[in-house]
Design a protein around this ligand. Sequence first.
Ligand SMILES: [Zn+2]
Length: 274
Amino acid sequence: MPATDFQMTPEFDATIQQAAALVAGARSVVALTGAGLSVESGIPPFRGPGGLWTKHGEPPLDGYQRFLREPAKAWRERLNPTEGWAKGLKETFEAAKPNLGHDAFAALEAFGCCDALITQNVDDLHLQAGQQNLLEIHGNHYWLRCLECHTRFDPKTFEIDEADLPPHCPACDGIVKGDTVSFGEPIPPAVLRGCYAAVEHCDVMLVAGTSATVFPAADFPLEVLRKGGAIIEINPYESELTAVATLSLQGPGGAVLERLLHHVRAAGAGGVSA
Ligand SMILES: [Zn+2]
C-alpha cells in the first residue's frame, strides 16, 4: 500500500509493540532488507510495472563475462553510461536519499538492537543513513572491488585514470571492477561468511522490503527459524515469508520501522547505556 494510504490502528500498533518486545529481549538481532525498503526513497523495483528495467531495459545476463572479456569497455560504460539501464540506474540512485526505514535501522543499531544488517540493495542508502555493520551481498553501486584480493575501495579516494582502463588494485595489481555483483558473478566470499556468522548468533531477524525468496538471502530467515529464533516481517503486502514469519507487520517500511524503533526505545533495551 502507498505510504499515504496507511492508517496506524491501535491493533496494528499493539502488534508492532509485540515485535519491539521480541527485539528488545533478543540476544542478537539481525536485519535483512531488499528493494521494497528503498521504494519510499524513490527507487522503483527492478521488474514489474514502473520497474527500472521495465522502463530502461535489462542489464545483460552475462554482465560478468562481458566485463572479464573487455574490462576497459565495461569501465568506459561505467564512467559514461550510454546504455538505457545503466543511465536509468545511475540517475535514479543519485537522486535517492535514505528514508525513515533506513534511518530507523541505523538508530536501532546505535541503540544496540541491530548487530548486523544484510541487504540485497546496491543503492548505498543504508550507508548514507549511517549503518555501521553492513553486509551488502550484491555489492554497492558506488564502490569498487578488486577481483583478485576482494579489497573494496571507496570511489571518493580511489584515483581512476581514464586513459588507462581498467584500474588496477594498489595492493595486488588485480583488475578493479564496480562492486555491484553483476549477473553471472559469484557473491564475494567475505560478505557471505559475514552473513552466516551474523545469522549464527541471531535469534530475532527483522526482514524488511523483501520476501527473501532468492538465494542466498532466502537461506538466512530459514536458518534463524531452524534454530528456534523469531522472524519479524515488515512488508507492504503479504509475501511468501508471511506464512512462516513469527510476526508479520503489513505496512509501509518507513512508518512501521519508525514506530518499532519508538517501542524498542520505550522498552529501554539495548546494549548501549545512555
Ligand atoms: Zn587486489
